[in-house]
Write a protein that binds this ligand. Structure first.
Ligand SMILES: Cc1cc2nc3c(=O)[nH]c(=O)nc-3n(C[C@H](O)[C@H](O)[C@H](O)COP(=O)(O)O)c2cc1C
Length: 190
């Protein structure tokens, strides 16, 4: 029997938020009594929210900000977001690894782009995670490739410009998903 219908939405630029969202949704589908769909924010139809009992948004940071479509969407759907259990996964790089490649991502409460996003939208997700993303140099424009390469060098972690580098901790993503599934489950059985 299906107890909770969940939706994982994603918005990013180069595909890492989508990859994380798809991983999360596939994992949530295995949670007993849970049905989970995954959709890009740009493709999401309003009626897909109608039978949704919990929502996870996966979105990325570019040039110090959560990408604009996520901010606009969260603002327009404030009412819905305050009515069901929700979670936010913010995908970024420099904030999490500033103190070195092995450091854990910093607290959401200390993460500037996340706090700005929450203040702008008024959304209070039940769970928030900072997730490490990826560097996908081959997909970037020459200007972005150069800018990110310089930033990485300045932060003391030089990277090969000709390759992609993935830093996502998939165990962290799975734990985040299961924690949210348990919360949605509790809420559905109340
Ligand atoms: C042009 C550009 C700007 C970025 N700016 C930031 C930034 O300001 N802070 C940060 O932590 N990560 C930054 N990143 C890293 C991205 O958040 C990371 O690559 C993430 O995986 C992107 O996810 P997406 O493919 O879903 O957009 C930037 C990446 C690019 C390509």
């Amino acid at each position: 029997m299906i107890r909770s219908r969940l939706l994982v939405v994603h918005s990013g630029r180069y595909g890492q938020s989508e990859k994380i969202a798809r991983f999360l949704a596939a994992d949530l589908e295995n949670w007993p009594g849970c049905e989970c769909r995954c959709e890009g924010l740009a493709q999401l139809a309003e009626d897909q929210l109608e039978d949704c009992q919990g929502l996870v948004m996966v979105t990325s940071v570019h040039y110090g900000r959560v990408v604009a479509p996520s901010t606009g969407w969260a603002l327009r759907h404030r009412q819905f977001l305050s009515a069901v259990p929700t979670a936010l996964a913010v995908v970024s790089l420099s904030e999490g690894r500033r103190a070195g490649a092995r450091s854990r991502p910093s607290e959401p409460a200390l993460h500037g782009p996340t706090q700005t996003f929450l203040a702008k939208t008024g959304w209070r997700p039940d769970r928030i995670a900072l997730v490490e993303g990826a560097l996908e140099y081959p997909k970037y424009s020459p200007i972005n490739r150069r800018a990110i390469h310089c930033l990485e060098r300045a932060l003391g972690r030089p990277t090969d410009l000709n390759q992609s580098h993935e830093y996502t901790d998939w165990d962290q993503v799975a734990r985040f998903g299961r924690d949210f599934a348990a919360l949605a489950d509790q809420s559905a059985s109340r």
